[in-house]
Design a protein around this ligand. Sequence first.
Ligand SMILES: Nc1ncnc2c1ncn2[C@@H]1O[C@H](COP(=O)(O)OP(=O)(O)OP(=O)(O)O)[C@@H](O)[C@H]1O
Length: 734
Amino acid sequence: MNENVLSVRNLSRSFGDLVAVQDVSFDVRKGEIFGLLGPNGSGKSTIIRMLLGILPPSGGDATVLGHDVRTESEEIKHRVGYMSQSFSLYGDLTARENIDFYGRIYGLSPSQLERRADEVIELTGLDDRVGQFARTLSGGWKQRLALACALIHEPDLLFLDEPTAGIDPVARRHLWDLLFELSGRGVTLFVTTHYMDEAERCTDVGYIYLSRLLVRGKPSDLKRLPDVTPAGTRRCEMRVDSPTARLTGLRAIDGVLDATLFGDTIHLLLAPELSDQELLSQMKIEPDRVQLRSVDPSLEDVFVTLTQAAERDPDSFQAPAPTEAAANEAVGELEPLQKPSPATLSGSPPRRRSSGFVAVLTKEFAHVRRQPSTLVFLLLVPLMQTIIFGFALDTQIENIAMVVYDQDGRRQGRELVDAFHNTRRFTTVERVLDDESFRRAMTSGRASVGLRIPPNYSDRIVRGEQVSVQLLIDGSDSQVATTALNTAQLLGLNLSIAIARIKGENLQLAPARDELGRGAVPIEIRPRLLYNPDLESSHFFVPGLVGIILQLVTVFLTSFAIVRERELGTLEQLFVTPVSRSGLLLGKLVPYAVLGFIATLIVLSAMVFVFGVSIHGSLTLLLCLTLLFMTCSLGLGLLVSTISKTQLEALQFAFMIMLPSVLLSGFMFPRSEMPWPIYLASFGIPVTYYIEILRGVVLRGADLLDLLAPVAGLFLCNVIVLGLSLARFRKTLG
Ligand SMILES: Nc1ncnc2c1ncn2[C@@H]1O[C@H](COP(=O)(O)OP(=O)(O)OP(=O)(O)O)[C@@H](O)[C@H]1O
């Protein structure tokens, strides 16, 4: 019966032009400790990721526990454990919470979880540290915790990517003791390492160099490879004073084929013709000052020799075949891939299939609880922003600074100045008595408007003659200038009409008469302001602000929550588990949806109670449509997370979404005034529709029928955004 747990044939993976793994083939049998060695960047992690089903291969085939890595990756995930290269557990959860989280992700029932958690805690010796936050554990204990999490579901096969990197020798020893114990229990181990002493402990090792597997076999067989110690040559260990200083000299001696430092000794490969005496005489050293003894090659010797051969002739390098028992395992002589039946390899107890939704949801709420800054950002910041921006975004122009030069100085002149004040648009900041001061007040910018009343103002009014009043307006700020101009012209007209009315009273032929028979203007327009009679600009801005702020918090928080996991490596760790795509997504998004909804309620309350903007329409309708907008916003956050590798990138993309949302959605400037390409583009901005809905329900009391168009637009945005982001979010890397 084929007991291969892993079968790999001509597996390759490229990233653009870079070939990370090239034509790699090997088998791993049940119960083996298979060590994959190789320098940095040789392709070890890439092989593991392909075998875990989270990185699609560019070529070749592989089966893990009888399942094809391309088509049955989800089946593989139930039965393998993975300890990634860097610590990728949740630092703000305790050791026990991390273990429980992974137990739930793998669908363990509460009783199974309790039993398994106790077992893995005892196995890894974590008993005294279960309540400690993972981030505060030392390197060795972090690795034990990672191992405990990787073992919680009793995997048949465990992948450990450089499990001992960066931990001290004692912790290293302990970890290997644990691995031996697991191997004794029948777990197959696939370990990558840089350490030769660790390679010596493996039952089988493979050596990968520059993306190619140079050799694979048992350590003892590899040491006997003919290429490592060619016929007639000898390997010796030399103990001598100052070995470092002697190395260069030794390498220059004819017949010394290789000389390498090994601690305080030198390992030599000597040609047959070079005798010990000849070597010592060439070194010019007394025989009693040096010890020379024959040694077997170490694994390092094996790998150094093979690396040198591969470097000398990379194209024609052929992996040597191990002798005797290992010959049939040599690279390139493997049988074609035969898929063993997964059933024959099954070992672990049956488990419930779980989407992992509850596990991810619980974990996400734990993060929020542990990180009060998230709560502040979600709940307090929107409230503060609403209040600050609500007051700041006041476009009503009042109290324009005015300088008055009253050359008349009598009652009619004073009444004119009062009339200006009564419009609430002007406030007198200075009164001057000469032309120069009048000019200075304007040029210095102290006043934006200058009112000069001529000396004969009262006289001409009394005499019924037309009189001109000069009004200088600083045009630098067009908005202020336009308001000043319009108000002043209207004021002039009203004052003239009032005077004309008094005069007209006494005339037989008044232009027109009102109901009481008094003289009046012929046409009177009676405007009536609906929805916002006091023309408070806060009534216009604050509802829009609700939409902008809701989008801001949801897009930023969701995208960051996912990208942060990617940066920490915890997302890769999650991809390796059987958590479903929907479970992972919903678990991550629902907490932010709930918090976003609470934030909306807070902001709406601020709108009503702080700004006095009451909701004229149905609150239920508003909240339902808020949910519709929030799903779209969460989708945007998800979309950002699928295109960003780092949090900085996420920040930039989120801003790319936020800026048009603020400037083009009609929140600040009327969309109808925009050039038509921009006006058309504004239909692609979801918050445009939500702001229309908010203003409709809040200010005009609109119902669903009135809002059909923006609701349809928002619905369409949902379909597009969610469709895109869900299609892009996959449980794979690369
Ligand atoms: N997602 C990726 N995109 C581009 N290049 C990648 C990606 N992942 C790996 N590589 C490249 O593939 C090569 C092999 O990387 P890999 O991480 O598999 O090496 P490794 O042997 O595990 O190295 P180390 O011991 O340093 O972890 C490297 O050159 C690496 O830069």
